[in-house]
Design a protein around this ligand. Structure first.
Ligand SMILES: *Cc1c(COP(=O)(O)O)cnc(C)c1O
Length: 865
């Protein structure tokens, strides 16, 4: 993909906001090459970096060399602010947030860093004067795809908001050598390729070998008495792995804060990795497959399903142990004991992936620092907070006790002790309720025993939150109801948000420019100000320009689709978009049933009056998720038939864009007119794609699920296309016994759709290919597609009717954007800060760079006598 990307022009990618002016006194002096902000200095620094870092001059440099030289130029300016920020945090002994996440889906860094630093205009100018185009360089950056989807992207939006709100914060995760696989579509099917994102080097990271941490695995424990006669346990591990941090600076928007994303890479500890192979086979030991580096080799490509693989638990413990040791090391620079630990350290668990942290902090405090159990437990509980991300049973993490015993024997003991004390507390409140004890235990009994990671996270945290109002409600009433009954005060809701910097300012500059012209730039950090756009729906000229900008984004996406998919689409058709991970609960298949319904109508009556639509899909399926991959194949097979049938007369087009990513999202969300948010009610925890679409002026067709409910309340029911069963109706239908055939037998159009698929019409060369999809719908239909089919079809008809009234559609589009202020991740982060983390902003004032700033004494050259 990156190979042709530079062929594609980005005429709309122009900056919107004025750059931050360099301080007066800096402008009159000769500027420092690595911190100076004037166009002249930037040009000089860029040329220097090309020469001295890339080792090239103009006649040798490739476009990628220019990208690297520019990235290093920007990085120098980041480093200056970062050192300043880190020093301030240390000196002021601030309370910091530590966001632990197995995934960070950051997206490309260059444009974002330029915008946040306020350098975009001047760098554009500096490059222009050097005969280069900024957009041609930004697309050369490999996207760090260190996440699967919404959960990882949320972590990235949160880091941007934390830095923008000037909150001391560190993101901790894993530096996967291979991120989410590269998806290509071959013969209509998904094929996975390794994501070699580090192949050409990563200019944004700094390796910090001096901060390497040791992580232990396996072995056994033994009890002993220390010199004072205390009972202690020591862990004699079998294996030691080294974790080396790689730091990426995270700048706030229009301030001097630069926080850090610290990702750990696993490496061999010679004494352990080589000792086991001490058999004369030196080369064999170096090339061994069981080497420690494997721990950070690859991201597990599953979204919303637990994997249950030993390596995955190793990854989790590896990054959590490194991070906790690192947090303790930093804390101890200012503190002699742990009394204030929870007052200086807030740790957020992004789902259960890092929840082993509860047992690890207990181990460090009790075994390494010799705190008493009760004291350690008090600190642990007041340090951790847990965010739940899913209601799907198949996504709740549990690890076999036998695996735990082999890999983390000391942690298993600690979990047993936590559980013993916890169950005593439950028993005290609910005497003789053995059912409740079994339900709440950290250990799942009966057959193979498992450790329930969500229970560990709940017990070890002072706060438990869901990510949308409905989701939190369902956690309290269903998935975690026993915990809610015991500790209602721990539960709270934090509805997700997205950063308007990346998802509007950077990805939709023309729209941002129009908005800024009308209401000023304040919205970039105060998205509530979007409300001021509301009266403009009565301004015909504004509406016309709004529509014009959407049209330009559609035109650009049409060119992209022509280039990559070789499909001609009508830029005046309705752009109906569903981009997100491929998952049965997200119901891409329901969308396909509607497409086939329209197709059947056309085949019956080729002259039928039908609104021209372009159905655009993108999304990766987990490589082992058979049905999801078959749905991709079905979408592409339907596309081939629909796009080439002369009866359709180009009124319908179906497109599947390969390789959905943050970068692709940045192109697609601004061009969308209809946002498909059609999950079965009660299944999508929040969704964040829904927010990116609506901010960019798409209308939503959606169920009452996740944050859709709050989006609909915010934008107004009259500006939202609602369909489908409610969560309560879903539960009731399942309780009474759902039979999809009831719908099949009574709905002629639905029957014809299913017959069309079953007949092999979309895949004549292999007519039974889609039989598993047909069978799964007809015999089970776990996600109630048939139950919602009629409601969806009718709702789509309302969409078509509404789209015919372009003026009113535009009005609804503007109102959707104007009312999305609540869904900025800045608002979400403010709530986390106030309710959970109890942290305050720390203003960073930027000291000018000098040799004194660096704290070094530069030796003077000897003077001649
Ligand atoms: C926002 C985003 C998601 C989440 O999309 P949903 O529609 O909320 O599932 C997934 N992947 C990428 C690349 C995103 O940017």
């Amino acid at each position: 993909m990156t190979t042709h990307e530079n062929l594609f022009e980005h005429p709309h990618r122009r900056p919107v906001q004025p750059d931050i002016a360099p301080p007066e006194d800096v402008r009159i002096q000769i500027e420092d090459d690595r911190t100076g902000l004037t166009v002249e200095t930037l040009k000089r620094a860029f040329a220097d970096n090309l020469y001295y870092i890339q080792g090239k001059n103009e006649s040798l440099a490739t476009p990628f060399d220019y990208y690297m030289a520019l990235a290093y130029t920007v990085r120098d300016r980041l480093l200056h602010r970062w050192i300043n920020t880190t020093t301030t945090y240390l000196e002021q002994d601030v309370k910091s947030v530590h966001y632990l996440s197995a995934e960070f889906l950051m997206g490309r860094q260059l444009s974002n860093n330029l915008l946040n630093l306020g350098l975009y205009q001047r760098v554009l100018q500096a490059l222009h004067e050097s005969g280069l185009n900024l957009n041609d360089l930004t697309v050369l950056e490999a996207e760090p795809g260190l996440g699967n989807g919404g959960l990882g992207r949320l972590a990235a939006c949160f880091l941007d908001s934390l830095a923008t709100l000037e909150i001391p914060a560190v993101g901790y995760g894993i530096r996967y050598e291979f991120g989410i696989f590269d998806q290509r579509i071959q013969d209509g099917a998904q094929v996975e390729y390794p994501d070699k994102w580090l192949r050409f080097g990563n200019p944004w990271e700094l390796r910090r070998p001096e901060l390497t941490a040791e992580v232990l695995f396996g072995g056994y424990t033994e009890a002993y008495q220390d010199a004072e006669g205390n009972y202690r346990v020591r862990w004699i591990p079998e294996r030691k792995v080294l974790g080396t941090p790689y730091d990426t600076p995270v700048p706030g928007y229009n301030n001097h804060t630069v926080n850090v994303l610290r990702l750990w890479r696993a490496g061999a500890s010679e004494e352990f990795d080589f000792r086991v192979f001490d058999s004369g086979d030196y080369v064999g030991s170096v090339t061994s497959k069981i080497f420690s580096e494997n721990i950070s080799k690859v991201l597990y490509p599953n979204d919303n399903t637990e994997q249950g693989k030993q390596l995955r638990l190793e990854q989790q413990y590896f990054f959590v142990s490194c991070s906790l040791q690192d947090i303790i090391k930093t804390y101890r620079r200012n503190h002699q004991n742990f009394d204030q630990f929870h007052e200086k350290v807030a740790i957020q668990l992004n789902d259960t992936h890092p929840s082993i942290g509860v047992a690890e902090l207990m181990r460090l405090l009790v075994d390494r620092y010799h705190l008493g159990w009760n004291r350690a437990w008090y600190i642990t509980k007041n340090t951790f907070a847990y965010t739940n991300h899913t209601l799907l049973a198949e996504a709740l993490e549990r690890w076999p006790v036998s695996l735990f015993e082999r890999l983390l024997p000391r942690h298993l003991e600690i979990i047993y002790e936590i559980n013993r004390r916890f169950l005593d507390e439950v028993r005290a409140k609910y005497p003789d309720d053995t059912g409740r004890l079994a339900r709440m235990s950290l250990i799942e009994e009966g057959g193979e025993k498992y450790v329930r990671m969500a229970h560990l996270a709940c017990v070890g945290s002072h706060s438990i939150n869901g990510v949308a109002a409905l989701h939190t409600e369902l956690l309290q009433q269903d998935v975690l109801r026993d915990f809610y009954a015991l500790w209602p005060e721990r539960f709270n809701n934090k509805t997700n948000g997205v950063t308007p910097r990346r998802w509007l300012l950077s990805s939709n500059p023309k729209l941002s420019e129009l908005i800024t012209e009308k209401i000023g730039l304040g919205w970039v950090t105060q998205l509530e100000q979007f409300k001021q756009l509301e009266p403009l729906v009565d301004d015909a000229e504004f509406c016309q320009r709004w529509r014009q900008i959407k049209q330009e984004r559609k035109q650009e996406l049409a060119e992209y689709i022509l280039l990559y998919n070789d499909i001609v689409i009508d830029p005046n058709s309705l752009f109906d978009v569903q981009v997100k991970r491929l998952h049965e609960y997200k119901r891409q298949l329901l969308n396909v049933l509607y497409i086939i319904t329209l197709y059947n109508r056309i085949k019956k009556n080729p002259n039928i009056d039908i609104l021209p639509r372009t159905f655009i899909f993108a999304g990766k399926a987990a490589p082992g998720y058979f049905i999801a991959k078959l749905i991709i194949k079905l979408i592409n097979s339907v596309a081939k038939v629909v796009n080439n049938d002369p009866d359709v007369r180009d009124r319908l087009k179906v497109v599947f864009l390969e390789g959905f990513s943050v970068s692709l999202g940045e192109r697609v969300y601004p061009a969308a007119e209809l946002s498909e948010q059609i999950s079965t009610a009660g299944k999508e925890a929040s969704g964040t794609g829904n927010m990116k679409f609506a901010m960019n002026g798409a209308l939503t067709i959606g169920t009452l699920d996740g944050a859709n409910i709050e989006i609909r309340e915010a934008v107004g029911a009259e500006n939202f296309f609602l369909f489908g069963l409610t969560t309560e109706e879903v539960y009731a239908l399942k309780a009474k016994g759902y039979n999809p055939m009831d719908y099949y037998n009574t709905n002629g159009e639905l029957r014809e759709v299913m017959e069309r698929i079953a007949s092999g019409y979309f895949c004549p060369e292999n007519p039974h290919l889609f039989q598993p999809i047909v069978d799964s719908l007809m015999h089970k239909d776990e996600y109630l597609l048939f139950a919602d089919y009629q409601s969806y079809i009718q709702c789509q008809e309302q969409v078509s009717q509404a789209y015919r009234h372009q003026e009113n559609w535009t009005r609804m589009s503007i109102l959707n954007s104007a009312r999305m202020g609540f869904f900025s991740s800045d608002r979400t982060i403010r709530e986390y800060c106030q309710d959970i983390w109890k942290v305050e902003p720390v203003k960073i004032d930027l000291k000018e760079y000098s040799q004194e700033t660096a704290g070094l004494k530069i030796p003077q050259p000897p003077t001649l006598a």
